[in-house]
Design a protein around this ligand. Structure first.
Ligand SMILES: Cc1cc2nc3c(=O)[nH]c(=O)nc-3n(C[C@H](O)[C@H](O)[C@H](O)COP(=O)(O)OP(=O)(O)OC[C@H]3O[C@@H](n4cnc5c(N)ncnc54)[C@H](O)[C@@H]3O)c2cc1C
Length: 442
């Protein structure tokens, strides 16, 4: 959307030199809409590169509608009017509830990274990094380099046969080298990477002081036994990402389920056009696949938006995007390999205790979800209505994916059948003053 990760147009001559792979339009560019707030008229999707820049969003959109209107909370013009838009609003990190996950000192791995990168703050000194997925390695590496004693990286999925893993990753030498780099740094800091294990409980008075590490079955059920308790002062967990669908859904864009994951993605065609004319999507909104895919998709989506607006001809579009597509096919293939290596399993449903807080905003205990389903609630929205789970400040961004999987399992229905919480008008917290100033609805 304007002001977020809008594709930053590449100067035409530069794109021609590089076959369209100039990646100057990095993430988080701010939207200089030429002062009018009208992308259709003055916003330059055609080639001068003046849409991007400072890395911090100038506009936070809190609503959007099919008429092409999008009010922004923190800058003028308050009501943007657009004829074409690229939605690249990213994703939310998924973490699952377990006893003590709400203690101070327990955060997502992404939060730990953000604290470190943005503020130079290490959240703890005896740390476990746990969950599943490729993010665990760079997160643990960064913490170790910053001086934290990382006791272990715990990957919930099993290592699997080394030969099959090596064969799957072999074509992606640069990624293998990147992973080897993390492994080397972790080894230097004596950080073991243990598979088939998870933090299944945290304990402490006032903040996390101990964590229980459990061995897991292939589908993440804890093995019998009490687990091993270790002294910690921080635990960082991450179980993948959930595409942010609020804005695309408000605009009427269709989405598609992601197999095996409690998170749908925006449906799109080969040019990143969504089901709504003039609305394009890129990056994590189209399915979580990493920064390389996001960047290449952003290029194509931006060029497609320019073509939609008549700023570039179809033939130019084809030429400029041709080489980007080859790279995109390859990077998407790598993302699929990672999906296979790090499936999101359902055994975590055994980890919470009946009184484990599941919706942190509304303090809804885990037991309330099962009770609501037993009482007749058959989908996520019904359970939300009965329990208030997902009704608080974060509007289900934290508990939504796990609620979806919990309800699906308890009700014996598919993830699609039980639905999710991802279409909440008023996309981001906004003041009444900003709403009044926007003139919405007009
Ligand atoms: C801690 C961490 C480490 C990672 N490490 C790696 C790595 O090593 N390698 C890798 O390939 N990938 C990594 N990733 C994933 C990578 O960051 C993403 O794949 C990539 O950033 C996705 O790009 P995107 O443009 O889709 O979303 P983002 O980069 O997340 O950008 C989304 C933007 O939209 C803005 N936004 C959202 N909603 C609104 C709104 N309503 N109004 C205005 N603005 C809005 C957000 O503020 C944000 O600026 C990591 C992710 C995290 C969290």
């Amino acid at each position: 959307m304007p002001g977020t990760t809008v594709w930053q147009a590449t100067a035409p001559d530069r794109a021609a030199e590089t076959g369209g792979e100039d990646r100057t339009g990095g993430h988080g560019g701010t939207g200089d809409l030429g002062g009018t707030g009208d992308l259709g008229g003055t916003g330059d999707l055609g080639g001068t590169g003046d849409l991007g820049g400072t890395g911090s969003p100038e506009f936070v959109l809190w609503l959007a509608d099919a008429a092409g209107r999008a009010p922004a909370a923190n800058a003028g013009p308050d009501l943007l009017r657009v004829r074409a838009v690229v939605i690249a609003t990213g994703a939310t990190e998924i973490t699952v509830p377990f006893p003590g996950w709400d203690l101070p000192g327990v955060t997502t791995a992404g939060a730990a990274q953000a604290l470190l990168k943005a503020h130079g703050v290490v959240a703890g000194h005896r740390v476990l990094v746990a969950g599943s997925g490729p993010l665990l390695l760079p997160a643990a590496t960064a913490l170790a380099v910053a001086g934290a004693r990382v006791l272990a990286v715990l990957e919930a999925n099993p290592a699997g046969p080394a030969a099959a893993r090596a064969a799957a990753l072999a074509p992606f030498t640069e990624k293998v080298a990147e992973a080897a780099g993390y492994a080397k740094v972790l080894a230097r800091h004596r950080v073991p990477v243990l598979t088939g294990r998870a933090v299944t409980a945290c304990h402490g008075a006032g903040r996390v002081q101990r964590a229980t590490i459990s061995r897991l079955t292939r589908d993440w059920h804890p093995m019998p036994g009490p687990g091993r308790e270790v002294a910690v002062d921080a635990v960082h967990t991450s179980f993948g990402f959930c595409p942010a669908l609020d804005l695309p859904r408000l605009l009427g864009c269709a989405d598609v389920p992601q197999p095996g994951r409690p998170a749908a993605a925006v449906w799109h065609d080969g040019d990143l056009a969504t089901s709504v004319p003039g609305v394009f999507a890129a990056g994590e909104t189209t399915g979580v696949a990493g920064a390389d895919v996001a960047e290449l998709e952003g290029y194509i989506a931006g060029a497609a938006a320019a073509r939609f607006l008549g700023r570039i001809a179809a033939v130019t579009f084809g030429k400029r995007t041709a080489r980007v597509r080859a790279g995109l096919t390859r990077t998407r293939r790598f993302a699929r390999v990672l999906d296979d290596l790090y499936p999101f399993q359902t055994g975590w449903l055994d980890w919470p205790a009946p009184d484990t807080v599941t919706c942190r905003c509304e303090e809804v205990p885990w037991s309330a979800i099962g009770e609501a389903v037993a009482g007749g609630a058959r989908d996520v929205r019904a359970v939300k209505g009965v329990t208030r789970c997902g009704m608080g400040y974060c509007q289900g961004r934290v508990c939504g994916p796990v609620l979806q999987q919990a309800v699906a399992t308890a009700a014996g229905r598919s993830l699609t059948e039980v639905g999710d919480l991802q279409s909440r008008p008023v996309v981001t917290p906004v003041t009444l003053a900003a709403i009044a100033a926007s003139g919405w609805p007009t």
